[in-house]
Design a protein. Structure first.
Length: 209
């Protein structure tokens, strides 16, 4: 009788684990609690050669749908407004938007082991910005430039911050004088780049479906 009970429990546990694995494997999409978002950096850093400066920057935009298939390089949304607080820039540089939005957002992937996702990686394309350095205007953002970020999720599945991915967030010089650095790398801390619902302090929650 005891052997039968043990076998029955083993079969039940196995079935539960299999059902969980199948559920996870079938989770092909990400579901968002909201489509509109705002990202605010108090000190987004830029580095190019000996040049280093920081600016306060805000991005606003929306996702095309609240359901996002986990398909690499799929267009999932756009940046519709960029606000640069020029007077906040440090390092002897001013910064401005060179190409009006929309700037494209695509899905790049995620980190973690399903069903526990640690970060989601969105990628930004078709951007252009200027920096004014010693009176010269330097424009950055070539047709092949992509900026990859890590959207950090907390234990509740809420996106807390958007952090530039070191080594992959690089904008190349499109045109400018010889004093312009050939490329600029983005950098930021995990406590900056705060992500919220547009015009709210509410966070955006991500779940698997």
């Amino acid at each position: 009788m005891r052997t039968s009970i043990r076998l029955g429990l083993t079969a039940l546990i196995t079935a539960m684990l299999l059902a969980s694995a199948l559920s996870t494997a079938s989770a092909r999409n990400l579901s968002l609690s909201n489509q509109s978002f705002r990202v605010t950096w108090s000190r987004l850093e830029f580095e190019g050669g000996i040049l280093s400066f920081r600016c306060q920057l805000t991005l606003e935009g929306s996702f095309h749908s609240r359901t996002i298939p986990k398909v690499e390089r799929l267009l999932i949304g756009s940046i519709t407004r960029i606000t640069i607080k020029e007077e906040s820039c440090e390092g002897g540089v001013r910064m401005s938007v060179a190409k009006a939005p929309p700037w494209h957002i695509t899905y790049e992937g995620f980190t973690g082991r399903l069903p526990n996702i640690g970060t989601i990686r969105p990628l930004m394309q078709r951007f252009q910005f200027n920096i004014i350095l010693l009176g010269a205007t330097c424009r950055y953002g070539t047709a092949t430039d992509n900026l990859t970020y890590s959207a950090i999720l907390n234990a509740a599945g809420e996106v807390t911050n958007l952090v530039p991915l070191t080594g992959r967030d690089i904008a190349h010089l499109l045109n400018g004088s010889e004093i312009c650095p050939p490329e600029l790398a983005f950098a930021g801390s995990a406590t900056d780049g705060r992500v919220t619902l547009l015009n709210s302090t509410t966070r955006i929650r991500v779940t698997l479906i």
